[in-house]
Design a protein around this ligand. Sequence first.
Ligand code: GLN
Length: 462
Amino acid sequence: MSNAREFVAGVMEGSISLGDFYERLFRKLKELDRKYNFFITLAEKEALAPKAGKGCLAGLPISAKDNICTRGIRTTAGSRILEPYIPPFDATCIARAKQEGGVIIGKTAQDEFGFGTFSTNCGFKIPKNPVDPTRSCGGSSGGAAGLVRALDEPHIAIAESTGGSISCPASFCGVAGLTPTYGRVSRYGLIDYANSLDKIGVIAKTVDDVALMFSAISGHDPLDPTSVNKPAENIRLKKSKMKIGVPKEYFENVGEKIGSAIWNGIKKLESEGHSYREVSLPNTKHSLPAYYIIATAEASTNLAKFCGMRYGAEERIGGPMGEYFPEVRTKYFGEEAKRRILLGTYSRMAGFRDQYYLKAMKVRTLVIEDFRKAFRNLDALIAPTMPVVAPKFSEIEKLTPLENYMMDVLTVAPNLAGIPMLSVPCGSVNGLPVGMHIMGDYLQEGKTLSLGKEMETYSNRN
Ligand code: GLN
């Protein structure tokens, strides 16, 4: 049984012995980790402690992306500069999951600070896709999606997206991934990549599991000043006839077979009573450069605090301070982190700010306007999640940084706008999963998930 709600019901009734379950689970997790590198840290000791078993996640195994702080469990954000860091507190989403009875089993592999699309920019091991281990899990929440795909036990992953880090790995691994509205899940305790873009969300095997976890961890949090001032809602998935928009720009850079897999899905939804029409989101083409300017500008300021004194890695201080900071940062930041510090610092420099950063902010407003207009008379937008299926590591190695960034062309716009989005499996190309991206209006996670559930039912039948 891998359905989370059934498992929780079993725990509440007392028909599941958590001691035996967790012993077996950790044997499996270690085996999977040896094969696929899903974890940066496994929290076996913590998870095997006696559990109370109450709440909507009672006894349920939960993994957390490694940029989410967990009290007493090492949290590195995938970076060697935080290798020894053990937070003295829980992120709000972790505290809420625990309050509902959830059990943190470990911290999943990711690109360093979330800088990547393939989970190959890692300070530690690189996770492999269980569908085909010569291929990427996607990124940056690669460990989370790979684990969800490979583990045949009840489990839900908490992950995070800045520009596509939930949707992309969900799509490559053939699982469901929800990026909620910006501010819907508290960012307190998240190690920031880009504060105006970061969203904590959920990856799970089914849309129903996603809805369960989202309901548990969302809702206003006074500790996050950007938190939406609304309580959590208990999402109920229900069928209703929806008006779907299909943005034509989202099919332009996409492989033909991926495009037709998504169209098959849309046609299926139409035959179930939903209606669709093609629409245009004209500012889509500007969203990729705008995203990379804003994201790296924010990242470069966020990374300033990692200097080898306050958190994580330290060196013996020999020479003057002015030499100490660069020494630590040179040694412990990976290549992509350094690239992003340079890009971000450049675009914020006096003289360049108007040309890059402020222009990017204006583009962001236009992108938001595109979505606002579309949702005036639509319930959802549907597009492919990614322009490709999971690539081989040997193919990724050949990509230039710019080609790498271009892989995010379909996910950055909704992330810039901060609208909710769900990637659900929708057919396959050469045996590799294809993800359908369902984008909804602000705070419409319920509608987005409900439509996703219908798509999932259709995918499971085929
Ligand atoms: N691939 C995008 C980036 O590198 C998005 C990553 C993310 O959402 N953390 O910025």
